[in-house]
Design a protein around this ligand. Structure first.
Ligand code: NAD
Ligand code: AKB
Length: 322
């Protein structure tokens, strides 16, 4: 039986996605019904907007106390180690990503929760994936981050099929945003370029100019989570592994888009270990299942995103916030 979402706990809420998703969830579900958490303490401005608690996702006692105190019936699980940091410390990526997800799923089961949302990533694919990734393309990642994302998807589907726990998730592309900098992934260059353009009008990119990856602007990322969480479960054939397309471009095209609004912008290239991670991921994704099963439709393209990013970051720069 489908249960209503009333009280949500967000893990990893101070990260790139959480710091904006919490606001969107609060608009829909009420400020006091969305509890933010992270392993680090939050700023006063974050704490003034609604409940916040320090929570390491491996600390089950604190997890359960929060669930009981706030009558939590839904977890949006964002705490994770991303691909760049994960390749430098694979043991940490395995520990946080796998133990975090299994703890969330077991607590979801124990407290008979209405829903669990755990994002996956384009990192589930590896070099044998076609450059245009299909929903069912082979999942043979070559990073530990990707390994944990594949295992996470399979685990989520196991909990749905065996226990009927309503677990949902999407394979996010690289997320681009102006609020909180990204936390150590391979697609971070597509965010850094905007920050550096505004601050210095030049950027040294850590992948080659022909590197092409799927990307998405934050407003579309937020919309995807809100819409998938609200979708009727009976409409879903997939659960935790929806491909999600929005835009795809190589770094040269991205730099040209920035130059349109920042004449004189310069870019050069100094590829590092993240080049081979980027090379192992597809260029584009086919997201027909998300469109058909819950009406996914992105709004932003490269040009509208570039304009909005630069506007937002210029204001932050003028106010000495970046
Ligand atoms: P992020 O790195 O910006 O934030 C992750 C947060 O998790 C950080 O605030 C960190 O402090 C917290 N964290 C780390 N270890 C923790 C622990 N043990 N206990 C509690 N908190 C802990 O990540 P994000 O970009 O916001 O990503 C959120 C989710 O979306 C992740 O599952 C990530 O894999 C997925 N995703 C993100 C992107 C992207 O481009 N941002 C793309 C694909 C998938
Ligand atoms: C990363 O680059 O690790 C993330 C992702 C695509 O999952 N941004």
């Amino acid at each position: 039986m489908k249960k209503d979402i009333k009280n949500i706990l967000v893990t990893g809420g101070l990260g790139q996605i959480g710091s904006e998703l919490i606001g969107e969830l609060r608009k829909k579900y009420g400020a006091n019904n969305v509890v933010a958490s992270d392993m680090h303490d939050a700023s006063d401005s974050m704490k003034n907007k609604g409940p916040f608690h320090i929570l390491d996702i491996k600390d089950i006692a604190t997890f359960e106390k929060l669930i009981n105190d706030y009558k939590i019936d839904t977890i949006v699980h964002l705490a994770a180690i991303l691909s760049g940091v994960g390749e430098k410390n694979p043991a940490l990526a395995w520990d946080v990503n796998m133990n975090g997800s299994i703890n969330v799923l077991n607590l979801g089961l124990k407290y008979e929760m209405a829903q669990i949302f755990i994002p996956s990533s384009i990192a589930v694919w590896g070099p044998d994936c076609p450059k245009n990734a299909l929903q069912d393309s082979p999942l043979h990642p070559t990073t530990m981050y990707g390994v944990t994302k594949v295992a996470g998807e399979v685990l989520c589907d196991y909990y749905f099929n065996k226990y009927g726990l309503d677990v949902r998730g999407v394979r996010f592309p690289g997320i681009i945003s102006a609020e909180t900098p990204p936390g150590g992934g391979t697609t971070d260059y597509a965010v850094e370029i905007f920050y550096e353009a505004v601050k210095n009008n030049k950027y040294t990119c850590f992948v080659r100019e022909d590197t092409k990856l799927p990307m998405m602007y934050m407003p579309d990322c937020l919309k995807s989570v809100i819409d998938l969480m609200a979708a009727p479960v009976e409409n879903l054939k997939h659960h935790s592994s929806f491909n999600l397309g929005s835009m795809s471009f190589n770094v040269k095209t991205l730099a040209d888009s920035v130059k349109k609004y920042m004449p004189g912008f310069e870019i050069d290239y100094l590829p590092d270990f993240r080049q081979s991670i980027a090379d192992s991921w597809p260029d584009t994704v086919v997201d027909t299942s998300a469109r058909e099963e819950w009406g996914w439709m992105p709004s932003y393209d490269l040009d509208s995103m570039t304009r909005d990013m630069l506007e937002k970051l210029k204001i932050k720069h003028q106010n000495a916030l970046i």
